[in-house]
Each structure stands twice: as structure tokens, then as C-alpha cells.
Design a protein around this ligand. Sequence first.
Ligand code: SAM
Length: 211
Amino acid sequence: MKKSRYPGVFTDRKHFYTLSEDKEDVYGEKVIKNKKGYFHQWVPFRSKLCAAMHMKLKSFPFKNSNVLYLGASTGTTVSHVSDMAKWVWAVEISPISMNKLVKLAERRKNIIPILEDARNTDAISLWVSRPEVIYQDISQRDQVDIFLKNMERFSPSIGFLMLKTRTIDMRSQPKEVMIKSKKKIEEYYDIKEVINISRFQKDHYAFVVIG
Ligand SMILES: C[S@@+](CC[C@H](N)C(=O)[O-])C[C@H]1O[C@@H](n2cnc3c(N)ncnc32)[C@H](O)[C@@H]1O
């Protein structure tokens, strides 16, 4: 296992891995033990962040950062982020997903699960202080507005938006939806990267936005 070009991420040349003290798999991923700890394979078909890495993502500010993660679900990507970050505030609206996320947070001491609608930034701000990174993966029609609202409220230095084009507009082409979303974000922020991750995650784009 070697260090990859992404800080805090390892590679066997084919797959990416994060290093954890947690021996349990989170989503059925392969876990390899050696004297350093447990290397959890990071699967690009399950995690949009990993998909973006396989598509040559350049920005990678997660190591030792405080991350506000919106749309945590059961913790697939959160688990890998927690292996690298200082703190992860993990916001999820579904109580059913939250059950599993809480179990993960009991094993990983740097995850703070928050059962909340990501639109409700007032409520989230009661738990979160000064995130350096916002990462959002929420399949809602107003996902771009949710992202902009959180970027404005928490002023991170960088934001990641995993755009699911189909939930914004079923009838338009994914590329058209991406262009419209890009224009909307550019009214307020500079965009550093736009990556088509459809090879792993159908009709999705990853945006990296400067805060
Ligand atoms: C595609 S899944 C996230 C997968 C996860 N990011 C991962 O990679 O492991 C989207 C999640 O967003 C959650 N969600 C939807 N609307 C939300 C909202 N308004 N606020 C917070 N979470 C929301 C859903 O319940 C779902 O768990």
C-alpha cells in the first residue's frame, strides 16, 4: 500500500483506500489489515467523491480539516472522510439512515451526526463552528440553492457539490442542467473544477467551488 497523490489516501495502484482504526466494514467494502491499521477500500461506484478522484479531481483539502457534510446517508463516504478529517459534522434528514450513521459515529470519534434538513442552516449552526470544507450530496430539486445557502452561512474556504442532474430536471440533458447550475453558482462564487463523474455515477457532476 502506497500513499496516493491525495493527502490521507492510499493506493495499491488500482483502488484508493483510507486508513482507519475501525476494523468493521461500513458498506461491504474490502478491509485490509496490516501493522498500520485497517485499510478500507474506497469504491467509486458507491462514493461520488471517490468517483471524482478516479476522474482526476485536483482539489483535495480533507486531511486534518473540519468538514460540514450535507446528505450523509448511512455514512459510506462520511466514513472515508472521517479517516482523513479532524471533525465531520454529518447532516442527514432521514431518521432511518441516521440510525446507521449514529452506530458509525459511536465507532469513529470524530463524526458528529446531525438529524436535520440541510436547508435549516440556523439549526445546523447550533452544532457547527467554522468548517473549512463543505461537501454536499443531496438529491433534491433545490440542491444548488441548499449548497449556496450553506456556503453563505458557513463561509468555508472550499465547497464540493455533487450534482444529481436528474432530480433537478428529468427532461433536459444532464449537460444542460450542469451548465445552468454552473451559471447560478458563478453569480456568487468562482468555480475551480467541474468533473463529469457519469462513468461511475450516472448523470452526476462534481463541482469544486472556492469559498
Ligand atoms: C445520495 S444520498 C447520499 C450518499 C452519501 N453522501 C454517500 O456518499 O455515502 C442523499 C442523501 O441526502 C439525504 N437528504 C435528502 N434531502 C436532504 C435534506 N434536505 N437535508 C439533509 N439530507 C437530505 C437523503 O436522505 C440521502 O440520505
